[in-house]
Design a protein around this ligand. Sequence first.
Ligand SMILES: [Zn+2]
Length: 179
Amino acid sequence: MASRNTRLQRDRQRKEVPSPDSRMQEKKTETIQNRTWYGMNATVIIGPGFIHRAGWGRLLIPHPPVMNWLLRRGLTENARYALSLTHEFGHLQSVPLSVFYAAVNYAAIIAVGQANLMKIIVVFVSTHAAWEIISELFTITRDARFYRKCYEEVTIIPRTIFWFITAALTLIGWIIVLP
Ligand SMILES: [Zn+2]
C-alpha cells in the first residue's frame, strides 16, 4: 500500500515575494503530510516566516522553532527545510514514547511523595529536552548519509550546544526523579 508508507511527500509552494531579496527564503512554505506509525495523519508546516506548525488533521500546534533554529545554523536553505521537517515529524512519531517517558517520570516523583511544584517544573523541562533528543535522533537515523552531507563544512558549535543542553536537562531530570 504505497499511500500507507511513510515516505516523505514534499509539497513545496512559493509565496508571492515582492522583490528577490535575502528575505525571500523566509517567505517559503514547506509542508509534509505523513501517516504516523500509530495510524494518525500528521502534518508539518514550516513557514512562511518564523513559526512552525505541527499536528494531526486540523489540530496544528504553532510554535517557535527554537531547537531547529539552533540546530540548522549555517545550513543551506534546502537542508534546513528538509531536516526541520523531519525533526518536527519526529516529534509527532515519538508522541506515544514521550508521553510514556513523561508519565514514568511524574509517577516516580509522586510515588515517593515528593512531588512539589519545583520538581514538577524540572520534570516538565527535562522530559521536553528528552523529546528533543528523540526527535533529533529520528532526524539523524532517518537518513544518516544525508544528515552528514548537510553538515559538511558547517560549524559543530550549535549542535554541540544543543546536545549539551538537552543531555544536561535530561540528566537533571533523572537526578530529581531517582531516589
Ligand atoms: Zn524539536
